[in-house]
Design a protein around this ligand. Structure first.
Ligand SMILES: [Zn+2]
Ligand SMILES: [Zn+2]
Length: 69
């Protein structure tokens, strides 16, 4: 069992290592399902469901024909 200070909250606790950033975080800041700390989990891009509206700043959604009229 790994014990030390959580890299997120700084409290002494049993630690888990994030498999993405390597942070050592307490159970409160670790997601066992994904193996990620809450910071990495929060920054993960969520996959867009197909057929849904994509944000306008995404250039791949705008075809040149629509832009030049
Ligand atoms: Zn913590
Ligand atoms: Zn992480």
């Amino acid at each position: 069992m790994l014990k030390g200070l959580c890299d997120i909250c700084g409290k002494p606790a049993e630690l888990f290592v994030c498999r993405r950033c390597g942070r050592r975080v307490c159970a409160e800041h670790y997601d066992k399902d994904s193996g990620l700390c809450t910071i990495c989990k929060g920054s993960l891009p969520k996959p867009l469901p197909r057929g849904q509206l994509v944000p306008a700043e995404n250039p791949t959604t705008v075809s040149p024909k629509d832009v030049r009229k």
